[in-house]
Design a protein. Sequence first.
Lengths: 141, 235
Amino acid sequence: MLNKKVKNRIVVFFGLAFLFIIVTVSSILALKDNILYFLSPTEVRESSNIVFNKKMRIGGMVKKGSIYNDRNEIKFIITDLKNEIMVSYKGTVPNLFSEGKGVIAEGSLKDKKFFVAKRILAKHDENYMPPDLKNVIKDVK
Amino acid sequence: MLKILSPSHVFGLLKKSGKVIQIIILPLIFISLVFALIISPQDYIQGDSVRIMYVHVPSAWIALGCFSLIGLLSVSNFLFKLKNSFLIYKSLAPIGLVFSFVAIATGAIWGKPTWGTWWAWDARLTSMLILTLFYLLFISSYKFIRNQEVSSRVCAGISVLGLINVFLIKYSVEWWSTLHQPASIKLNGTTTIHPSMLLPLYLMLLVFFLYCALIFLMKYRTEIIRMKKKGIKRL
């Protein structure tokens, strides 16, 4: 089965596959910042090349007890449990938007601690369970 | 061993196994739909929209699994010139294409009420779209390239790139921040779906799998008949 022709093809194949993988990995590394869909507050804080007033996305958890509803504005804090960013938003929020849940805000940074959102997306986690079970877990805690 | 798997040998078996699947698939669809739509509970935050999962997840898995299979087949076809494996990947590729469309469409329908958007250019969704494009490339490269030798080479090239992309889809939610949540079902580690929702999910997966097998058997038979009609000696 392994005659010379097959061996040649195997060499060619693995050479090509290796080349493809190298190309993919390097292009991914080059696009690293663009592949990230959003930045966490810590990444915003540590990043040195952030452009203010330019469209970007930040994401994290809505801090418990931080949602403040005005007549035409909603304010809340996005946290990744290390750093926080204050977000202000005018408009309706998705159904799944609530305290302690994941959220992604699209808009622009005014400064490193204040973000004006144009759009709010809710990010849900990988846990799925019936509602009554959730209450049971809460009681135990 | 490969002789046994040759089309002339399996031809009779294809029809029989297709019949068996036809008999069991209808009651199974009924049972799984009852589980998925009625018996399984609502999610604690998503409510009823969690039921889209029972279509979305199986079709995404089938789209990925199908590409892995046709990728490996066309690579081994390129390396060892297995004469009839192109009949198999010809029969599998359209199934995978359809289910990658289904996964993207159901994902969009699910995304609107939960995330608040139909589409986002995050790593998982984009790489899934690229998979669909790879399916299209793969199918058109065996449809439009008449020369068998050339088309099997092109298919092998496309499938290597596609297999790298399959790998990226799998790990996209772990390596980068995405709107799409991380995997709930892990091979090693705990599954974060409650058993009352996991059972309908697995049932639906079985149904989808059987449906694909049925379509595959029918298509494979057609391809074999088409080959025989051409009077090609290799059968």
